[in-house]
Structures are given as structure tokens and as C-alpha cells.
Design a binder for this molecule. Structure first.
Ligand code: 13P
Length: 337
């Protein structure tokens, strides 16, 4: 199969009107924080057990089309010895891999960040592909302050995303391009809209310059919301503002927009996705999710490190995945909780 045909096949296998992506790609540092919050030690065995439990949830493939792994998970196996990417594939879930190597300060742009990991990316992707990964994810992070993101922050981060995406596509891997505008702070929804507009403009400019094929990538943006220390916006306000800015800046050739949850509660993330689909019925893109915390939080709490809680944890994941699938059709209501 040609690289183009392969990319198209992955897009076709991943995108439909019902399902979304499970982001289970927490780095060991982040996973350690999440596990600590439920009183569980972050051992390799606990991480393996938890993630294989998620993926073996009966019927989860009805609502989840893809899973993003962290590098460690790609070579782990379930209790029966099945490699986790194979376990995902057996549920109809396409395995993917987070390939950035975390972030640090961007020199010359006080307050802005930049992500590492381009060196050797091509070789790593070849290896991940052999292990079953068909798509990848790379995240750039943009804090909002009165001075951030700076002009340099906008161009430097966009450049990283575009270079990463171009390397992925050359290797037959579909890139998820994730410019995450953080919700930290007390900024207004108007300020978040202004920043997201600048970010998406810079990202699509860079993607164009690097010849990235828009039909063969997925955008994973933040929703446009006020900062977490400001008064909350309603789902209708979030949907209207997010769609207004997306329509200005995101080409119709993008097949799917899979939002991150970024610190929203599971219920908020589902209600917002629902409103986006209600308001965006005529939008040119699929409007879906690629949630980490908003899908996993209830399952993680139900598990709490006790193997006897396996069924309850799987039911908690299945419930959130199902409600988000309803939200994809704009048919979610709070009484379904
Ligand atoms: P959250 O949905 O928890 O923000 O995680 C998504 C993700 O992949 C962040 O990089």
C-alpha cells in the first residue's frame, strides 16, 4: 500500500459519527500524580494493569475508535500475554502513540513553553509502527497571561507541530496536532477566543509551509472557555465561541476535530461536546473528543488500586464513553448521568 493509501485507511478506520479517542498517554510523571491522588503506587505493574483493564472493557470499541499510548504501554501485555496494541485492535480501536518528549521554557519568550522530541523522531516512528501504532500525537502548550503567548511563542510552537506532522506523514503515521491553550488563570472567554484564533492561524500557516496534507491529520484543540478561575460559560456559549473561531481558522479539509478536556470535569466536557454538535450540525468537520481525564477520572476512582473493582472501573469508563458518543450526536442530556 502506498503511504497515502495507508494514511487514508487510518483516517477511514478512525473517523465516524459515533466514536472518539481515549487519551491514555500520560507520561510516567503525570501518571504518578494521577495515581497518587487515588492512593496508588505508580509501579510499572500498576500502570500496565490499569491500562489493560481500560482496553479490555467489554464493548468499549462501540464508542472509542483510537487510543493514545505512552511509549511504555506500547510494549506491555495484558494478563494473558496479548500485547496491548493488539488488545486495542481486537476491540476495533486503532493504537496510537504520544511522541513528544515533554516541554520546557522557550528561550527568548518569557512565560511561553516549547516541546522537545524532534531529534530521531523518524526512526522512533518506524519502530512504533512495527509495534502497531498507526497514528501519533504531539502537544504544544500555550499559557494565557496578559503577555502570553508571545509572537515568538506562536511561531515557534506552530513550527514544531508542523515539522512533527510532516515527519509522521512521510512515515505513514497519521499525526494528531495538539495545540493546547491552557485554562489556567482568570481570563475571559473573549481572551481565550483571541488566543485560540492566533494559535490556530499560526498552526495552519506552518502546516501549509511544511506541506502537511490536511486530509490526513486530526486536530486536537482546546475548547474556547474562560480561565478556570473565572465565571464558567454555559455549554451554548462555549460551543458558539469555539465554532466561530474554528470556522475562521480551520480549513474544511480537516476531517475531524477531537477536543482535549484540559481540566474540565467529565460532565462539563460531555455537555460542551454535546452543545458543539448541536450548534455545529453544518460544520465541515466531525466534532469529537480525545479526552484523557474526562474519560478516565471516574474509572480511576472506581478502581482505586483494588483488582476486585475491575468491573466497576470498566463500567465507569463505558458509561463516560457512551455519554460522549451521545454528545457526538447532540443527544446528551444531564439526566442520562
Ligand atoms: P485531557 O483530556 O486530560 O486534557 O488529556 C488529553 C491529552 O491528551 C493532553 O495532552
Amino acid at each position: 500500500m502506498s503511504v497515502h493509501a495507508e494514511l487514508q485507511q487510518t483516517i477511514d478506520d478512525m473517523i465516524d459519527a459515533e466514536r472518539g479517542i481515549l487519551a491514555a498517554d500520560e507520561s510516567t510523571g503525570t501518571m504518578t500524580k494521577r495515581l497518587k491522588a487515588i492512593g496508588v503506587d505508580s509501579t510499572e505493574e500498576n500502570r500496565r494493569w490499569y491500562r489493560s483493564m481500560l482496553l479490555s472493557t467489554p464493548d468499549i470499541g462501540k464508542y472509542i475508535c483510537g487510543v493514545i499510548f505512552y511509549e511504555e504501554t506500547l510494549s506491555q501485555q495484558d494478563n494473558k500475554g496479548t500485547p496491548l496494541p493488539e488488545l486495542a485492535a481486537s476491540q476495533g480501536i486503532i493504537p496510537g502513540i504520544k511522541v513528544d518528549k515533554g516541554k520546557g521554557p522557550l528561550p527568548g519568550a518569557p512565560g511561553d513553553m516549547i516541546t522537545y522530541g524532534l531529534d530521531g523522531l523518524g526512526e522512533r516512528l518506524v519502530r512504533y509502527r512495527k509495534q502497531g501504532a498507526r497514528f501519533a500525537k504531539w502537544r504544544e502548550v500555550y499559557p494565557i497571561t496578559p503577555h502570553n503567548p508571545t509572537a515568538l511563542g506562536l511561531t515557534a510552537n506552530a513550527e514544531m507541530l508542523a515539522r512533527y506532522a510532516a515527519v509522521c506523514q512521510a512515515t505513514g503515521i497519521v499525526p494528531i496536532v495538539e495545540p493546547e491553550v491552557l485554562i489556567d488563570g482568570d481570563h475571559s472567554i473573549a481572551r481565550a477566543a483571541e488566543v485560540n484564533e492566533q494559535v490556530w492561524h499560526a498552526v495552519f500557516h506552518a502546516l501549509h509551509q511544511h506541506g502537511v496534507i490536511l486530509e490526513h491529520m486530526i486536530l486536537k484543540p482546546s475548547m474556547v472557555t474562560p480561565g478556570k478561575d473565572a465565571k464558567k460559560a454555559t455549554p451554548d456559549e462555549v460551543a458558539e465561541m469555539t465554532l466561530r473561531i474554528l470556522r475562521r481558522k480551520v480549513p474544511a479539509a480537516i476531517p475531524s476535530i477531537n477536543f482535549l478536556s484540559g481540566g474540565q470535569t467529565p460532565e462539563e466536557a460531555t455537555a460542551n461536546l454535546n452543545a458543539l454538535n448541536q450548534h455545529g450540525k453544518k460544520a465541515p468537520w466531525h466534532l469529537s473528543m480525545s479526552y484523557g481525564r474526562a474519560l478516565q477520572e471516574p474509572a480511576m476512582k472506581a478502581w482505586s488500586g483494588d483488582v476486585h473493582n475491575r468491573d466497576q472501573a470498566q463500567q465507569a469508563l463505558l458509561k463516560r464513553a457512551r455519554l460522549n458518543s451521545r454528545a457526538r450526536r447532540g443527544e446528551y442530556t444531564a439526566d442520562q448521568e
